[in-house]
Design a binder for this molecule. Structure first.
Ligand SMILES: *Cc1c(COP(=O)(O)O)cnc(C)c1O
Length: 341
């Protein structure tokens, strides 16, 4: 049992997210799947802000913010940050003011990237947006702004990139407990639970939750889409340890227990790959479901490559976390071959 009851929490999801088989995709790929059974967990659907994995972290981050009397939340991210969007939306829903410090860290200047997708939604959800150059230290800017607002009598909570503090990561410790319950109820023993890894709180939370529950953290595997492999492993391990410490669990977690793959990242964060385009298109056309171009599209491409290469045995069940990010598709419109008429 994972007891999270001492952490203040605001419900932003409303119950377990569904697990469903990828029947259409499996039918389409046929023998190409080597008998592997693919499932998805629908963390991309949620009642606030269009849904996505950041909601699970925000349940704890906003819970803590409310408990500490905050009236304003500030967070950071890239210009097309899903985390920033869901922070703005959840803040609107819960009655906090929201400010965002967004960095131009991805080399894209077209109007879809700079004006549509999440960029549109940040402002639509009422956040005050501060734009910074790519190399700026956005967390330092956010912290300085928090001090300024506190000087004016406001109470401010600052959330790091991706909401991936130890507290935010608890959202995915909670998620893996939910997955293990669903897995017993469905009678499916998953061989792996697969996710994208950006700011690493999702993987760190899954690994910490598994360790806390006495299970093998290697059930979780991620594909890094942001940091190069070694750095992603170091950051994820550090965050998993921090999350376990926050849970008060005295269990060491080692480098070998953090399974990360660097093969799907391509040239870097937010830079499209052929595998991503194939994965997004395949999921859309065989399942009617949407991956995103920055995170889940690359991670699913990595999973497909592994399945095709025989990394799993026939009969293995693999669960892919659908983490959301749909607005990113509108920011990357040109990548999918559709031109205005
Ligand atoms: C942020 C994000 C991820 C990665 O989660 P981290 O906890 O940052 O590693 C995956 N998918 C989507 C759509 C995201 O927005």
């Amino acid at each position: 049992m994972l007891d999270l009851s001492r952490f203040p929490r605001i419900d932003l999801i409303g119950g377990p997210t569904p697990i469903q088989p990828l029947d259409g995709l499996s039918h389409h790929l046929g023998e190409g799947l080597n008998g592997v059974r693919l499932f998805v967990k629908r963390d991309d659907i949620g009642p606030v802000g269009g849904g996505g994995n950041k909601l699970r972290k925000l349940e704890f981050l906003l819970g803590q913010a409310r408990a500490s009397g905050a009236d304003t939340v500030i967070s950071v991210g890239a210009l097309q940050s899903n985390h920033a969007r869901l922070t703005a939306a959840a803040a609107a829903r819960c009655g906090f003011r929201c400010e965002l410090f967004l960095t131009r860290s991805v080399p894209r200047e077209d109007p879809d990237y700079t004006g549509n997708g999440n960029r549109l939604l940040h402002e639509l959800f009422g956040a005050r947006v501060h734009l910074l150059p790519g190399e700026a230290d956005s967390l330092a800017a956010a912290t300085a702004r928090a001090a300024e607002l506190e000087g004016e009598g406001r109470r401010v909570a600052v959330f790091p990139s991706g909401g991936s503090s130890a507290l935010g990561s608890l959202g995915y410790a909670s998620c893996i407990a939910e997955i293990l319950e669903q897995s017993s109820a469905l009678g499916i023993g998953f061989r792996r639970v697969v996710t994208a890894n950006g700011s690493s709180g999702t993987h760190a939370g899954l690994a910490a939750g598994l360790a806390a529950l006495g299970r093998d953290p290697r059930l979780a595997k991620s594909y890094t889409v942001l940091a190069p492999l070694d750095e992603a492993r170091r950051i994820t391990l550090g965050k998993a340890r921090d999350a376990l410490a926050l849970l008060g669990i005295d269990r060491a977690i080692s480098d070998a227990e953090i399974v990360i793959d660097g093969a799907a990242r391509g040239e870097g964060y937010g830079i499209p790959t052929d595998g991503m385009r194939e994965a997004v298109t395949l999921m859309a056309q065989t399942e009617g479901m949407l991956l995103d171009p920055v995170y889940s599209g690359k991670a699913f491409a990595g999973l497909l490559a592994d399945v095709r290469a025989g990394a799993y045995r026939p009969g293995d069940a693999v669960l892919f976390l659908m983490t959301g990010g749909v607005p990113g598709l509108f920011a990357y419109r040109g990548e999918f071959g559709v031109r205005p008429v």
